[in-house]
Design a protein around this ligand. Sequence first.
Ligand code: RIB
Length: 291
Amino acid sequence: MRILNFGSLNYDYVYSLPHIVTLGETIASTKMEIFCGGKGLNQSIALAKAGANVYHAGMVGEDGQELCSVLAENGVDIQHVKQIDGKSGHAIIQVEESGQNSIVLFGGSNRRITKDYIDAILSQFEKGDYLLLQNEVNLVDYLIEQAYEKGLKIILNPSPYDQQLEKCDFNKIDTFLLNEVEGYQVTGKTEPEEILNEMLKKYPKASVVLTLGDKGARYGQSEKRYRQSSFKVDVVDTTAAGDTFTGFYLAEIMRGHEVQEALELAAKASAIAVGRAGAANSIPKLEELEA
Ligand code: RIB
């Protein structure tokens, strides 16, 4: 069983600040670092570090060599990543002293995916394989349609939530992994229990994993409900915590482990990630969790 992650690759320009800049304000940052990130790249690296056999697909620009190298160095298969002219995607990330962040995205090559490229890649995967998607590339609706036709199991992290997702047929999703904000955007509900119930009412065949930051995570599928607490750590930078959770959760499920085990492993991995600066580089290896 293989997993194809069709997703974004970004350079993250991370500015450390006393607080996130407000409207009309100018403040000096105390530090600026450049990391490899993007929800797609982070989730592929989390899957690989958690022991999964992961293939990444997506587009980088002329400046994309380092994004490809970091995936390959971490054990991700990059044969389907395509380099095109123009700029790769990037993110401007402000991280305040509490570790919370705010992100501005520039899509670059992530938004130049074509139907021909999607068709060529999906033709190499088959029924039973997994397809993981986030919402930082274009044509997510087409990816869902085509993958569903082929019998792939589709996992969606609807992040960041925007109008593009309203064109997608969510009835074709096998598993949603989302946070409270995205949960509200999909369901209009604010309480975790209500979000889960509404998601499962709208999409009764799906499994739903709702991440709640330091309040842990909830899982729902049909009548089943599970809760997972978070592991307490000193927060340095929350960037990629959700991506780490997604990768470790899916890797454990693909190994045939129970949902509760997958939730616990994912919560441990994301706790380690928030204790470190950066995106992909903050994701721990499975051995670190076992130690
Ligand atoms: O989820 C974190 C990621 O979101 C960052 O790495 C940034 O690139 C944005 O895509």
